[in-house]
Design a protein around this ligand. Structure first.
Ligand code: TMP
Length: 200
């Protein structure tokens, strides 16, 4: 498993899990690259700043799709592909499933998202861990840490739909995705995740 993505709603503990996974996976000496989306390369981080700040309706859903895809293209070409080519393991906080969930929920057709991904990026993860948590809990955690305000201000019903969207993706793509119970203590979340990476 070289290219691993971690997905889920706000406050599900993705960053904590990625740190834990990086520690465990680099113990045998292999290079592990920790990265995130939107962002992960200098150009993509600039695009991230446009996406996560401002009013909730700053961009319409199609513009968001184009912005996140432009950011992803830069990130994949400059960071992810080179890392995979030199044999590193890449741990990426969010990837195209976040686009399917977030922009999909805002009305962008799934086939358009998939087509744009195939034609402009064409790189899929070997394994995707979907961190699943009740949105009440996730939002409380996210509020404590102070996060990406533009997306967190959307309300509970929105985050409930988001949870269902991620679970729907995991169900439809059982070969690639594994659901991890993010309500468990961090050490247990890490061991669930490691087991999901071991198990083809
Ligand atoms: P983060 O809070 O996990 O760092 O993510 C920033 C926000 O960007 C998050 O609310 C989800 C959103 N996002 C999208 O809407 N589409 C995408 O494709 C990605 C990667 C993130």
């Amino acid at each position: 498993m070289s290219f691993i993505t971690i997905e889920g709603g706000e406050g599900t503990g993705k960053s904590t899990l990625i740190k834990g996974l990086a520690g465990a996976l680099s113990a045998d000496g292999r290079e592990v690259v920790q990265t995130r989306e939107p962002g992960g390369s200098p150009g993509a981080e600039d695009i991230r700043a446009l996406l996560v700040t401002g009013d909730a309706d700053r961009w319409d859903a199609m513009t968001e799709l184009l912005l996140v895809t432009a950011a992803r293209r830069d990130h994949v070409e400059r960071v992810i592909r080179p890392a995979l080519a030199r044999g590193a393991t890449v741990l990426c906080d969010r990837y195209v499933d976040s686009t399917r969930a977030y922009q999909g929920m805002r009305g962008v057709p799934r086939d358009l998202i998939d087509r744009l991904h195939r034609d402009s990026i064409d790189l899929d993860p070997d394994r995707t861990l979907v961190l699943d948590l009740a949105p009440e809990e996730g939002l409380a955690r996210a509020a404590e840490r102070g996060g990406a305000a533009r997306f967190e201000g959307m309300g509970l019903a929105y985050h409930q739909k988001l949870r269902e969207a991620f679970l729907g993706i995991a169900k439809a793509e059982r070969g690639r995705c594994r659901v991890v119970d993010a309500a468990a203590p961090p050490a247990e979340v890490l061991s669930q995740a490691l087991a999901a990476l071991d198990n083809p």
